[in-house]
Design a protein around this ligand. Structure first.
Ligand SMILES: NC(=O)C1=CN([C@@H]2O[C@H](COP(=O)(O)OP(=O)(O)OC[C@H]3O[C@@H](n4cnc5c(N)ncnc54)[C@H](O)[C@@H]3O)[C@@H](O)[C@H]2O)C=CC1
Ligand SMILES: O=C(O)/C=C\C(=O)CC(=O)O
Length: 352
């Protein structure tokens, strides 16, 4: 076995249908008295239910979380937390809401309790993102890692089926790239393979019935494992391409991950055969790129960048941006093959 370094990221996890009932106890265990509840405008009702459960421990609700954490929103939320005398933040929602909590913690050190309602996995990572003047920057800082995470599948029953599937593919992408990470290790690879297996089981079941609580539990379990992988090891070509497409062309986060993943895997397939074998095994298939493509297409998820609003004329610029700053990838980054990858993703061609 190759030598490796593994630094575990601390997180307390409370998992299970109905586990939201433990919220007040968990706030107490954090040593906090007054929690600011964070949410998107769309999830205000969920945040109100959370605040009600907290009773006197609820300092207030800040309901303006949006995708990619604009700096102005982060500043506003920090000011509200300070003015209300909050000594912790409860982020109930997807990656956008968790991201807002992280922006508050980065500045103030306020502990975060995350209650994820999508499968993005941000609650398990020390990665934060902030957008200023239309440019998103990401960084790593252990201060932003949520201290406690409550995974309650009941809170995901309302997640629309389409978003459930693309969000699950977003999670799967973390695990897939974790399997060929430059700083990967056997523990993360175990989690990655099991995460992909759980999501591969959950996606067809959720497509059949979004109110299947067992499938919701499998999906959230997979999201936890895959988010943990993202938090522990470095990502590569796939995440770089998605950040380029999301950030520079304003394409929707989970959908972009869904479309790009099979093509990024096909690009890396020959350079990372063991990773491909584990992804394929987790999905009960022969070929990892084709299995990932089929999983998306069979369950109604988008498979072509053109259907997400990208113009054919944007492909050259996307290839240039993706090559601009070198980063680790199992196969060297070459503009020609990358441009071809983007063309296939644009058209939605099944990887052979
Ligand atoms: N820092 C990190 O480690 C990570 C950060 N992210 C970031 O997270 C953001 C994307 O997060 P996502 O979770 O994909 O989307 P999101 O948090 O923006 O949620 C998408 C929409 O779904 C709604 N929603 C969420 N859960 C729901 C539920 N259970 N029922 C009904 N509606 C629900 C939200 O209110 C929102 O309108 C991006 O900015 C991305 O960069 C994503 C993954 C990891
Ligand atoms: O961009 C961020 O906020 C940080 C990481 C991610 O979004 C990971 C991903 O691409 O899903």
């Amino acid at each position: 076995m190759d030598a490796f370094v593994y630094t575990a990221q601390p997180a307390r996890v409370i998992f299970g249908a109905g586990s939201l009932q433990h919220l007040e106890r968990e706030i107490g265990l954090l040593g906090a008295q007054r929690a600011l509840v964070l949410c998107t405008p769309e999830q205000r009702a969920t945040a109100e239910a959370v605040a009600q459960r907290l009773g006197e421990r609820a300092a207030g609700i800040f309901d303006r979380a949006v995708m990619h954490v604009p700096l102005e929103t982060a500043r506003e939320a920090r000011e509200v937390a300070r003015a209300l005398g909050a000594d912790c933040a409860v982020a109930v929602g997807g990656g956008s809401t968790t991201g807002l909590g992280k922006a508050i913690a980065l500045d103030s050190g306020l502990p975060i309790l995350a209650i994820p309602t999508t499968y993005a996995g941000s609650e398990m990572t020390p990665i934060y993102g902030l957008t200023e003047g239309g440019v998103k920057k990401t960084g790593r800082d252990t201060r932003v890692l949520p201290r406690t995470v409550i995974y309650d599948p009941k809170l995901t029953l309302s997640l629309p089926v389409g978003l459930s599937i693309t969000s699950a593919m977003n999670a799967m992408a973390h695990a897939a790239e974790g399997l060929y990470a430059v700083d990967g290790n056997p523990i993360m690879s175990l989690m990655a393979e099991e995460g992909i297996r759980a999501l591969g089981t959950a996606i067809p079941a959720l497509h059949a019935n979004g109110r299947d609580i067992e499938a919701r539990g499998q999906a959230l379990y997979g999201a936890w494992l895959c988010g943990t992988v993202l938090g522990h090891v470095g990502m590569a070509l796939h995440h770089k391409l998605c950040h380029t497409l999301g950030g520079s062309f304003n394409l929707p986060h989970a959908e972009v991950h869904t479309v790009v993943l099979p093509h990024a895997l096909a690009y890396n397939a020959e350079a990372a055969p063991q990773a491909m074998a584990r992804i394929a095994r987790a999905l009960g298939a022969q070929s990892a790129p084709a299995a990932v493509f089929d999983l998306a297409q069979r369950h109604g998820a988008p498979v072509a960048l053109r259907d997400l609003g990208l113009a054919a004329t944007d492909l050259d610029r996307a290839a240039d941006i993706a090559c601009a700053n070198p980063y680790h990838n199992p196969r060297p980054l070459e503009r020609g093959p990358l441009r071809e990858l983007l063309q296939r993703a644009y058209e939605g061609t099944r990887p052979s």
